[in-house]
Design a protein around this ligand. Sequence first.
Ligand code: XMP
Length: 512
Amino acid sequence: TVLIVDFGSQVTQLIARRVRESGVYCEIAPFQSAEEAFRRLQPKAIILSGSPASTVDIGSPRAPDVIFESGLPVLGICYGEQTMCAQLGGKVEGSDHREFGRAFLEIQDDCALFDGVWAKGTRHQVWMSHGDRVTALPPGFRIVGTSTGAPFAAIADEARKYYGVQFHPEVVHTPDGARLLANFVQNIAGLKGDWTMAAYREQAIEAIRKQVGKGKVICALSGGVDSSVAALLTHEAVGDQLTCILVDHGLMRKNEAADVVAMFREHYNLPLILVDASDRFIGALEGESDPETKRKTIGRLFIEVFEEEAKKLGGADYLVQGTLYPDVIESVSFTGGPSVTIKSHHNVGGLPERMKMSLVEPLRELFKDEVRVLGRELGLPESFIGRHPFPGPGLAIRCPGGVTREKLDILRAADAIYLDEIRKAGLYDAIWQAFAVLLPVQTVGVMGDGRTYEFVCALRAVTSVDGMTADFYHYDMEFLGRAATRIINEVKGINRVVYDVTSKPPGTIEWE
Ligand code: XMP
């Protein structure tokens, strides 16, 4: 295991991704609890992350002393390099030469970090983002790389296996960065790159068996990749002690509930109960147009329905949840204070307290990409693995204003055509999320010889890494024209199609 000490950089998670891609397991701990994490994990190497803080400020964060007392290899990145220097007897100063963005690193000397990647005398693109810089090295260190703005851009103390880089090897703008990180964890720290999803699968299954024993387990299946993989893993571990419940709230996409059920029943023979609660959900939503009330109504009903079904089964001791590592990592905040709620998200969060169940969270240590790899490992069809995200409240939040069965049917038909065209054009995987929205507005049109007065459909498509920010997708107009024509011709109730060119921020991805 490698311990990554987080000082609050925006890209700390990328360090973890790169380390894991090299086949070495790692965990992130905020600097405040890094000492506790160090004792618990007993890591074989440490990486210190970047930070928005400044080492020259009084009270700025430091790495716990145990790290430097342990004799383990340490790699400091950006702020991590600076605090390492400050803590080991070197000097860091604020400077006027801020460096942001692309820079070039001149390799002054060979070192184990650069082995097989960069040779002495060559020059390479790296990504910088710093104001302060190291101005005097601690004893034992030497310079191995320089840049215009950072005379100490790469430093090494090979006797103690301490390395520091001012640039960010974890971002793609440092094209060779992943290989440097692999050098650090494999060659320098001597960790074998044998952490694979096949190995993880075995470990996770063992852990579930140990946790659950003979207990009864239930899982709320949505058809999304996270809950699907969590359910399959648990089923492999405890077989029919697990029952999955799929609550069809009538807000899913075309054929979705049936497809999910067919896949799980046929391929995995997994005990699965499909509950058609669409009347209840749609009934409760009718006449309600406030987005937050809609979201809360759906969340509340979901818990009610799920709880009733669980009671019919005689209750359960455990609830499986597809919680991922990014939800678990404690974030380091320098601003403090709670953030504003933009939307109340729908998940099964309220269930465990209410039903007194313990959680089984077999994906807690994984990033989304890793869950996909694990899904493939478990034989989940590619159509499930590569799916665009779909929100818990479903099509209700894509029908701004009041929701009716009729509107949902119109939206479902338009959405299916839109996605079909995206797949035919080979664009599905290039887009992060795409969907249709049915506006509560009717406009005048002409079809054949007649006047029409029907709804407007908006199309949305975005690219994103994590849904936190997003850009609207740049289609060519031919494509949009094709999709619009098909929707208007084939869907009764829509006579106009528009494309949403709002990015996030300032827009959100969903319309409500
Ligand atoms: P927004 O609209 O906030 O959405 O930009 C960001 C991502 O989150 C999805 N989303 C949800 N997912 N429950 C979910 O599981 C929800 O209540 C929910 N609301 C939005 C949205 O589809 C996008 O991928």
